[in-house]
Design a protein around this ligand. Structure first.
Ligand code: ZN
Ligand code: CA
Length: 466
């Protein structure tokens, strides 16, 4: 990592301020104990063997590799920065071992009418807000299955809900603020199905951490018999989800898992949910693509794939993990080399990014000179050879002069006329190394602006090391 070009390191530093340049040995010294505890807790590491040293049959290394595989990290068997960062993320207290990504019907409730009881409340929130969050979390699962959830106030029930701290007599003590947020037990009698929230956390009803509805919806997945998923977009992924609680939709991975236990809902319109893109999917299509301070960013749905063009190792992240105020499913983005800013478009609004910071709020695209009838921009790109920013809208494009901060006269013009060979509509575009790259579904066109020719047709994900 330390031999990467300076540009990448600079950009990367913005995200890794918590990790000053440390050697492998330093990481092991600083985080070895933490990693040992993490692997004992979530990967059933049994012995107190030597930490981090690569020896054959070292149980620590084996479990570390298992953990790296689960989270889709590079399997190094070493305590590298990305692994430490993953271990430090707030998460569920249920382990990741065993039958993940599979379901065992014997682990399910053998009925569809489930009862629950709220034993006590957290002081963090009004009681009515706790009740609403819990109810909404159950509805996530009842919407896609024949399950019903009925609250009881006394007597026996299936799912007992409690807010507790530290050791609470179930052999799985909580750990104070952050770290483990909650845990739940598989269906069964007694403690089976019961769900505990770590009251050392501050739970909220809004998008501040930790939103009770999101944590509860995940835990109830366990209380209904689900294991953790390795799909990083799934609700049943072990770490606290990066998603707007108000806009939450149950991902398809979770729908498939719960329906394999309980069957489909009786709703005539079967619900579907968002799927997680895979960078090497031959059908991958992008919403928007841009350069950003030497790196390339490919936006797709809720995610952004980030790659250094000369290194080729790509990361997929939630858009909001980098820019918390950006929406999902953006339309277009471009980098303005004069200001160092990136403008992100969705519908009739745009947002301004300054590296990994962003300005407050959004602005109307009419401020840039677009006529009122333009409802969305398909693609945007600044072409240094022309000194212009091009905006593609349907079968036409606009030219914007960054010096004058105004649209050029005589536009929009037809794409087909001035970009021979290109057909509308354009999904995304970026400019790199003197060439324009246009994206259309799963195809990418390398376009030479000088001689107005397509000089190569590529797969959309050719930059992602596929
Ligand atoms: Zn969990
Ligand atoms: Ca905790």
């Amino acid at each position: 990592m330390y031999s990467l070009p300076a540009l990448l390191l600079l950009a990367w530093a913005a995200l890794s301020a918590a990790f000053p340049a440390t050697s492998q040995e330093d990481l092991e010294v600083t985080y070895g104990k933490m990693a040992q505890k993490y692997l004992e807790r979530f990967y059933d590491l049994k012995t107190n063997g030597p930490v981090g040293r690569s020896k054959t049959n070292n149980p620590f290394v084996k479990k570390l590799e298992e953990m790296q595989k689960f989270f889709g990290l590079e399997v190094t068997g070493k305590l590298d920065q990305k692994t430490v960062q993953m271990m430090e993320k707030p998460r569920c207290g249920v382990h990741d071992i065993g039958e993940y990504n599979t379901v065992d019907k014997r682990a399910a409730w053998q009925k569809t009418d489930i009862t629950y009881k709220i034993v006590n409340f957290t002081p963090d929130m009004a009681q009515a807000d706790v009740e609403f969050s819990i109810k909404r979390a159950f509805k996530v699962w009842s919407d896609v299955t024949p399950l019903t959830f009925t609250r009881v106030y006394e007597g026996d029930c299936d799912i007992e809900i409690q807010f507790v701290e530290g050791d609470h007599s179930d052999n799985s003590p909580f750990d104070g603020p952050d770290g483990i947020l909650a845990h739940a037990f598989q269906p069964g009698p007694g403690i089976g199905g019961d769900t505990h929230f770590d009251d050392a956390e501050r739970f909220t009803k809004n998008s501040q951490q930790y939103n009770l509805f999101l944590v509860a919806a995940h835990e109830f997945g366990h209380a209904l018999g689900l294991h953790h998923s390795t799909d990083e977009g799934a609700l049943m992924y072990p770490t606290y989800p990066i998603t707007d609680p108000y806009l939450f939709q149950l991902p398809q991975d979770d729908i498939d898992a719960i329906q394999s236990l309980y069957g489909k809902s009786s709703n005539p319109v079967q619900p579907t949910g968002p799927t997680t893109p895979s960078k090497c999917d031959p059908n991958l299509a992008f919403d928007a693509v841009t350069t950003l301070r030497g790196e390339l960013f490919f936006f797709v749905k809720r995610f952004v794939m980030r790659v250094h063009p000369r290194v080729g190792e790509s990361d997929m992240l939630f858009i909001q993990a980098l820019w918390p105020s950006l929406p999902n499913d953006v339309d277009a983005i471009y980098e303005n080399p004069y200001t160092g800013e990136n403008l992100v478009f969705k519908g009739k609004r745009y947002w301004t990014l300054n590296g990994f910071d962003m300005s407050q709020g959004s602005k109307s695209i009419t401020d840039l000179g677009f006529p009122k009838n333009v409802k969305k921009i398909d693609a945007a790109v600044h072409v240094e050879d022309l000194g212009k920013t091009l905006f593609f809208v349907g079968n036409k494009y606009y030219s914007y002069d960054e010096d004058r901060q105004a649209m050029d006269a005589g536009y929009p013009k037809f794409i087909a006329k001035n970009f021979p060979g290109m057909r509308p509509t354009i999904d995304a575009a970026f400019y790199y190394g003197g060439l324009l790259y246009f994206f259309q579904d799963n195809i990418q066109y390398e376009y030479n602006v000088q001689n107005k020719r397509i000089q190569q047709v590529l797969k959309s994900n050719s930059w992602l090391g596929c």
